[in-house]
Design a protein around this ligand. Structure first.
Ligand code: DGJ
Length: 736
């Protein structure tokens, strides 16, 4: 049993294969956190808490004259508010009497088999092979009339524990919730580094690693989406932790909207990690009997370094999060029309691109923005999802049929959450967008945001997209979202409920996706928000692949893809070969290198194929064939970051290894070339040390241990920005 309760010690003991998590009910019924880390036996951990009278640390009434019991320093599972804990809190409420106290005491608990599923948001599911148990601990605040159910599901084999909170108003008057964190985790020590992923449009998820110092490190989003700027997944690790060793804790929030993650080192050098919906702009009116769910946090721990942590997330997200049947299935190699034509196309031009792409071995043609309404630039028509016959004379069906006749499948771009002021939809329903009464709405890329907190708008959108999918044979949808939210005011909510808009927007979006994406399991949905502005576990639940960045430059992508790989499986990441000079950076790199980098994920093209020479098309054909040979490793294998683009200025290398370790593919790009350079080596990882591998395309046979320890010399003749890629195949029998 992965969850037990020790009556004598009053401890809850959660265990996975390689981790233990221990909580305790205090003498005064507070829920304390005792331990999370490497596996330990179910011993009495009481000695860990050394009580001491600390100045200016108040004592709860029930502690009587005991001045050494204070929530100011005790490690807790769910901090109380206005009750002597001054650190970043788990909850903030406004009670009917105007007070802001929440003091939850453990009143009950139960343990059951199976995974707890959230009702309003995506969450992990147990697979048929998984042993999962769930513990619910109820914290009740009688005076406030509130109870918080802390819910823990333990994936024993996968080394994952999920946490979420269900807050219920059990009183008789409404309560305002200003903050409800999904998980608060207190560490009694704090000698950790915090790794987070920060960026901007066209340069997302750069890895930042900082020591946790006194104060609060805070990252998050207030943009309505998880954002380009910060990602809702972070890592805490011991100082020397690297890819191969060291203690690493992962925290990954299954949520696509405003989030907050805080790492606070307190006065006594203890560390609190707190994460959940961003309280900024959030205020939820909870009526009697009503409940509010906090999104699910996925916790993972390993002693074996960052690669092992990534493998935990890659596996659990592929197997237990993403609902698409494509998650481990081959996806068609695509060509996307955006950088090929932008808004400037007609049927003939598109068919020519598709025809040439077919010669390259491409399998799916994706028509990006510009096909609907009168959209010839980005200032109009969002909301009018009817085909522009001036551009596509045979309509969507006509185009799709002709594409299919070439042997390609057909995909389409949409941006359903938005509306242009110059659109029939806006003219008919000006009240359907987010806008504060009496104020003009802030525009982003000329467009306004539809109010997805409104059920009628969600209904309309689900019907519209479902209808679109019936208009033509469409095998792929790119679901884009091109601005940050603002003016979060909804005509459907009363003045006391406007603080719910951001969260209800995301819940509305999830409902639409339930109705559209989950009801079309055959269609591949690709997530996108100006590239990687909504690259989060909530979106991966619905969409097996996400357009990682609007930056298609191969050298920039080395960093973007590297940062993304820490938590998200590479099979969730769409990557394209585009034209040079690159449209975002102006950089020129070889077609070969562009191919190698785009093969680090779900492979495709985004260029005008009619402009490629015969020789270039032949190269592309070879790329598609090479990709197909190891596509299964991307979909199901283990990923290794062999070097970091931040600490190795000379080259960036990565590797896929099949789960049975019989096949691997190593890729490398030279990022800085010096004259008369040093000999450098690329060292594969994750191989069987005692087995022998053939280096594909050569007659070299080397042992796994030699490959991993001595490595392979990088050819001197390789020039800056050039790349190489080679497979390794386990040799049966004796080595030659
Ligand atoms: C932003 C996306 O990230 C691009 O790939 C493209 O689809 C444009 N939007 C179209 O407007």
């Amino acid at each position: 049993m992965s969850i037990t309760y020790n009556q004598t010690a009053k401890t809850f003991f959660l265990k996975t294969k390689n981790s233990s998590y221990v909580m305790k009910i205090s003498d005064f019924d507070n829920l304390l956190h005792l331990y999370y880390g490497a596996p330990i036996p179910d011993e009495n951990l009481d000695y860990l808490i050394q009580l001491q009278d600390r100045g200016f640390s108040p004592n709860p009434f029930e502690a009587g004259n005991n001045r050494s019991f204070s929530l100011d320093f005790l490690p807790q599972e769910f901090s109380t508010n206005e009750n002597g804990d001054y650190r970043s809190s788990s909850i903030e409420v406004q009670n009917p009497d105007g007070s802001r106290t929440f003091s939850g005491k453990v009143t009950e608990y139960h343990i059951e088999e199976g995974k707890h599923l959230l009702e309003t948001m995506p969450s992990l599911r147990a697979g048929s092979e998984d042993t999962v148990h769930t513990l619910t601990i109820r914290l009740t605040d009688e005076a406030a009339g509130l109870c918080a159910d802390l819910i823990y599901s333990v994936f024993e084999e996968k080394d994952v524990i999920t946490r979420s909170v269900l807050l219920t108003n059990s009183g008789s008057a409404p309560v305002k919730v200003g903050r409800l964190m999904s998980a608060t985790l207190d560490f009694m020590d704090s000698d950790y580094d915090l790794i987070y992923f920060a960026g901007r449009h066209t340069m997302e998820r750069e890895e930042i690693r900082i020591p946790v110092e006194r104060g609060i490190h805070s990252i998050g989003s207030t943009r309505g989406t998880s954002s380009h700027q910060y990602n809702p997944s972070v890592i805490l690790c011991t100082k020397g932790a690297d890819e191969d060793q060291g203690k690493c804790y992962g925290f990954s929030l299954i949520y696509s909207g405003n989030f907050l993650i805080e790492a606070e080192k307190d006065q006594y050098s203890q560390l609190r990690l707190n994460a959940g919906i961003n309280p900024k702009g959030f205020s939820y009116a909870l009526a009697p009997g009503e409940s509010l769910e906090a999104p699910e946090m996925v916790l993972a721990f390993t002693c074996r370094g960052l690669t092992a942590l990534s493998h935990i997330y890659h596996d659990v997200y592929r197997e237990n999060l993403c609902r698409s049947p494509y998650v481990k299935r081959p996806r068609p190699v695509l060509i996307n029309s955006w950088e090929a034509a932008y808004f400037d196309f007609d049927e003939e031009k598109l068919l020519n691109i598709a025809k040439n792409a077919a010669q390259m071995g491409v399998e799916l043609f994706v028509l990006d923005d510009g096909w609907f309404g009168k959209r010839n630039n980005d200032s109009s028509s969002l909301g009018d999802w009817t085909v522009n016959r001036a551009k596509l004379k045979h309509g969507l069906k006509g185009l799709s049929d002709q594409i299919h006749n070439m042997g390609l499948s057909f995909g389409l771009w949409i941006e359903p959450e938005m509306v242009s002021e110059d659109s029939d939809l806006y003219r008919a329903h000006p009240d359907w967008c987010l806008r504060v009464p009496g104020r003009p709405a802030v525009r982003g890329r000329y467009q306004l945001v539809l109010d997805l907190s409104r059920p009628d708008v969600c209904r309309y959108l689900a019907d519209t997209i479902n209808h679109l999918l019936s208009e033509a044979r469409i095998e792929y949808i790119k679901w884009d979202m091109n601005r940050s939210l603002s003016d979060a005011w909804s005509g459907m909510l009363d003045r006391n409920s406007q603080g719910e808009v951001y969260h209800k927007y995301i819940l509305g979006l999830y409902r639409i996706m339930d109705e559209v994406i989950l009801t079309h399991p055959d269609v591949i949905f690709c997530g996108c928000s100006g590239g990687g502005g909504r690259y989060d576990p909530g979106m991966y639940y619905y969409q097996p692949q996400i357009w990682c960045s609007d930056n298609t430059d191969a050298i920039s992508r080395l960093k973007i893809q590297y940062g993304t790989s820490f938590i998200y499986p590479m099979s969730a990441l769409e990557s394209h070969v585009s034209i040079c000079p690159n449209h975002q950076t102006g950089r020129t790199v070889s077609l070969k290198t562009r191919g190698i980098v785009a093969m680090d994920g779900i492979f495709g093209y985004e260029l005008d194929s009619t402009r490629l020479s015969e020789d270039e098309k032949a190269q592309c054909r070879a790329q598609v064939q090479a990709y197909k040979r190891f596509e299964d490793l991307i979909l199901t294998g283990d990923y290794y970051r062999l070097t970091s683009p931040y600490t190795n200025p000379f080259f960036t290398a990565w590797q896929y290894v099949s789960k049975d370790k019989r096949r691997a593919v190593v890729s490398l790009v030279l990022t800085d070339k010096e004259s008369n350079d040093a000999q450098r080596f690329v060292k594969p990882r994750g191989l069987l040390a005692d087995a022998f591998y053939q280096v594909d395309g050569t007659d070299r046979v080397l042992s796994g241990s030699l490959l991993m320890n001595a490595g392979i010399p990088i050819p001197f003749e390789l020039k800056e920005y050039e790349g190489i890629q080679f497979g390794l195949t386990l040799l049966e029998g004796e080595p030659r």
